[in-house]
Design a protein around this ligand. Structure first.
Ligand code: S3P
Length: 170
């Protein structure tokens, strides 16, 4: 069993992922951390030394060679939106899009922009319009998830039931 959490930066993939993994008795993998370990560099360092295109290649290779079983994976916010990654994710396991409105994402990301190369040094206003534009582009991919989870309701018991029925009906 594998569950992939997808969604914009700041939507709570790690927070939800850890809780969900506990409930389903699975391990949790943060894809960004796994890539940082593999490359021996932080995400910021990968972006500045190799560039975003190479980071996207690394993400694709990571997913294309993914073999671990019994995990909940918190993917990077852009991961489902490049190459055929959303199809890879949907073949590997049950995907869950954690959906939140741009304003909420902005408030969550405000204090954390320095860890994320795409939003570094943005003002509040810049951040909100960046999120609005990018989320609009990315939802085309995110909406292919097996389950769409309302990040405002954050109803984990209901999500567990939905994931179980998705997996049962495969
Ligand atoms: C990115 C999201 C980040 C990380 C990288 C690029 C994106 O992951 O992969 O900074 O393109 O949205 P989180 O969603 O875990 O912040």
């Amino acid at each position: 069993m594998r569950v992939f959490l997808i969604g914009f930066m700041g939507c709570g993939k790690s927070t939800l992922g850890k809780k969900l993994a506990k409930k389903l008795n699975l391990n949790f993998i943060d894809m960004d951390h796994a890539i940082e370990e593999q490359e021996g560099m932080t995400i910021n360092e990968i972006f500045s030394s190799k560039g975003e295109n190479n980071f996207r290649k690394i993400e694709n290779e990571y997913l294309a060679s993914f073999e671990t079983e019994n995990v909940v994976v918190g993917t990077g916010g852009g991961a489902p939106c490049y190459y055929n990654n959303i199809d890879l994710i949907n073949e590997l396991g049950c995907s869950v899009y954690i959906k939140l409105p741009p304003k909420v994402l902005k408030d969550r990301l405000k204090g954390e922009t320095n860890k994320r190369p795409l939003v570094q040094n943005m003002s509040d206003e810049e951040l909100l319009s960046f999120i609005e534009v990018k989320l609009n582009e990315r939802e085309v991919y995110y909406n292919n998830a097996h389950v769409i989870f309302d990040g405002l309701k954050f109803d984990i018991p209901e999500l567990v039931l939905e994931i179980q029925s998705q997996i049962f009906n495969r």
